[in-house]
Design a protein around this ligand. Structure first.
Ligand code: ADE
Length: 230
């Protein structure tokens, strides 16, 4: 049976999947849950927020459960101007917006790149799943593009403009690239998929408070659909 690992930064991002799949607690210390769904073994984990927490959790999950794929699912701040709150983004690539200079990663023998590419097959399945959700009116719109990650909650017009105009980011969050880097080192296929809770601008905090729970549940619903398609 295929094993798929789902990694979420926060409790609220895993809640939908946990309840829908009737997941049981596997490891209380490290917040790991287990379920069987559509003929797949699902290992779902709450990593904690940020690059270090998410990398440590990803390595632990890979070492203990040998997943065939790792999917990072949750919420993000929209950077692309065409996005609205509760739209979704599938990452075809992820990188750090706060790692300088990027060439240091490119020189690393284990990586040889600073841009981490999502698995093409997983991106295709995610596209099909979100198209279906769009047809059913469960998501208004979605985009495939670049997700950037860093160790800060972005709530600043100038930084948000920099991510858009200089890095061509579609949205920003705090774990996707570190999960992707860990997967690349371990040669495990990965995907990052996020739902927009705010616009990473000066009003991000208020928008986050209003929409983060709904966005997290929507991302969970997308995950349910993707798992069916795997
Ligand atoms: N996750 C959700 N919104 C975010 C933001 N504005 N910055 C970083 N991570 C986020």
């Amino acid at each position: 049976m295929k094993t798929v690992a789902l990694i979420c930064a926060m409790e609220k991002e895993i809640l939908y999947i946990r309840e829908k799949f009737g997941a049981t607690l596997l490891d209380e210390k490290f917040n790991v849950y287990e379920a069987t769904e559509s003929g797949k073994k699902i290992i779902a984990c709450v990593s904690g927020i940020g690059k270090v927490n998410s990398a440590v959790a990803t390595q632990r999950i890979i070492d203990r459960y040998s997943p065939d794929a790792v999917i990072n699912v949750g919420i993000a701040g929209g950077i692309d101007k065409s996005l609205k709150v509760l739209d979704m983004v599938i990452a075809d690539k992820v990188f750090y917006h706060d790692f300088h200079p990027m060439s240091l990663l490119e020189e690393d023998e284990n990586l040889k790149t600073s841009i981490f590419l999502s698995d093409k097959n997983l991106v295709e399945i995610a596209n099909k799943s979100l198209s279906k959700m769009k047809e059913q009116g469960e998501v208004n719109n979605f985009k495939t593009g670049t997700i950037v990650s860093g160790d800060c909650f972005v709530e600043d017009d100038a930084l948000s403009r920099h991510l858009r105009e200089d890095l061509f980011a579609t949205c920003v969050e705090m774990e996707g690239a570190s999960i992707a880097q860990t997967c690349l080192i371990n040669k495990v296929p990965f995907l990052v998929i996020r739902s927009i809770s705010d616009f990473a601008d000066n009003n991000a905090g208020m928008s986050y408070d209003t929409f983060s729970t709904t966005a997290a549940n929507q991302a969970g619903r997308a995950m349910e659909e993707i798992i069916k398609g795997l």
